[in-house]
Design a protein around this ligand. Structure first.
Ligand SMILES: [Zn+2]
Ligand SMILES: [Zn+2]
Length: 413
């Protein structure tokens, strides 16, 4: 069974479409096609990997609950649910805060912040490597004996709530911004301006930010507009690099460090801290927000249409795969996951107009045989249907691809 958030994805897409229509209606566009496709791609890739990793967090919780629980709490009591929601929100605050204030956890959470836009597609942009560290932050709930059902539902509520706050179209909400996570205070959280960094970690309640000194109110846009994104731009739509770039940077600093104290400190130090030897041997340019330019490689209209169609095909196939993966044997699961991830990688390369993306795309069109084979062999869909459906999709995509490759644009960033 996929995690509870997967069931909310159709509702998330409806909200995304409404925000897009509203952007057109108000003539204030907050979406960029390449950025949104990249964010959706990272969300889908994360959920596909979750098929293999989801057991880890729940498994560790179940173990801790079985052997460490101090009290016996029953899910039939309303106050147990209240403790679950507030307790989960509290643990989430510290999880999120450590996600910004320690290198190891930031290396995972950075994916969510690497978009330079802020809209409902940003909410879908999630890390694929959270399973490394997530489990560490919720064991106190198992210790007090919070039943696993209450834990799972509370997690889905706290995470699902945060979707609606990723928008620039809802302004200040007065007292609400002070008490609850809201579009205004979450815009601050996603800013790279000095006053925004390491602020407003709350998932639902802002109480924790007030208590632990991390709350900041949004400044008026005419006074200081928020610039979204991270210090040290990602500058790619490649989902693999987006997930691994900070880990690779940490490994490089680990290699460059000249003593074990620095090599150990590196993983738990705040982002930005580097071993002295790494600074000396490979200095990073200082952060200068005035020099920031949004990463937006030029692609032709035909390429944009191609990428949109490609995502329109990968998305339902990927979601279908997540929903029914439990019926597949491990080799088919691995092949299906590899196909979705490779597809998202090829899409990312095309969005950034990377050299040779035409060749990869032709190869990808041939690879449609893999989901076709899974649909036929595993679920018994009639072969004539499968071949017809995938042939039509391939021909439409091939026609668009040929147009997109006819007039390649210079790579312009
Ligand atoms: Zn964050
Ligand atoms: Zn966010």
């Amino acid at each position: 069974m996929p995690n509870a958030i997967v069931y909310a994805i159709p509702a998330f897409f409806v909200l995304l479409l409404l925000e897009l229509l509203w952007s057109f209606w108000r003539r204030r566009q907050t979406f960029a096609l390449s950025d949104s496709l990249s964010s959706i791609s990272l969300g889908l890739g994360g959920q596909v990997l979750n098929i293999f990793a989801k057991g880890l967090n729940i498994g560790i919780y179940l173990l801790a609950y079985k052997y460490l629980a101090l009290f016996e709490l029953s899910p039939s009591q309303w106050w147990v649910w209240a403790i679950g929601l507030i307790g989960y929100d509290f643990c989430y605050y510290w999880h999120h805060r450590m996600g910004h204030e320690t290198n190891l956890v930031w290396a995972s959470h950075v994916v969510h912040h690497s978009s330079e836009e802020f809209n409902y597609s940003t909410a879908m942009r999630q890390t694929s490597t959270g399973f490394f560290t997530n489990w560490f932050f919720y064991w106190p709930l198992a210790l007090i004996g919070l039943p696993p059902l209450v834990f799972i539902v509370s997690g889905a509520v706290v995470l699902g709530y945060q979707f609606w706050i990723h928008t620039r179209h809802i302004g200040s909400l007065g007292w609400f911004d002070y008490c609850f996570a809201s579009p205004s205070n979450h815009r601050v959280h996603h800013g790279q301006n000095d006053y925004c960094v390491d602020r407003n970690y709350g998932g639902v309640l802002m109480l924790w930010d007030h208590l632990f000194g991390s709350f900041a109110k949004e400044r008026p846009a005419q006074e200081e507009p928020i610039i979204y994104g991270i210090h040290g731009q990602l500058k790619t739509f490649d989902p693999i690099k987006a997930n691994l770039h900070k880990y690779l940077g940490l490994l490089e600093d680990f290699r460059l460090a000249d003593n074990w104290r620095d090599r150990l400190k590196l993983w738990f130090a705040p982002p930005g801290w580097r071993p002295a030897a790494a600074h000396r041997l490979k200095p990073h340019p200082p952060h200068d927000i005035s020099a920031f330019r949004i990463y937006r490689p030029r692609i032709s209209n035909a390429t944009a249409l191609y990428c949109l169609l490609q995502m329109a095909l990968i998305m339902p196939l990927g979601m279908g795969f997540i929903a029914f993966a439990f019926q597949l044997s491990l080799p088919w699961q691995l092949l299906g996951a590899l196909w979705v991830l490779a597809s998202l990688w090829v899409l990312g390369r095309t969005l950034e107009n990377a050299p040779g993306n035409g060749r990869w795309q032709v190869l990808w069109l041939c690879s449609l045989a893999i989901p076709a084979a899974i649909a036929h062999l595993q679920w018994g869909l009639p072969i004539a249907w499968v071949v017809t459906l995938f042939s039509v999709a391939s021909l439409v995509l091939l026609g668009t691809l040929v147009r997109s490759l006819r007039r390649p644009l210079p790579l312009e960033v």
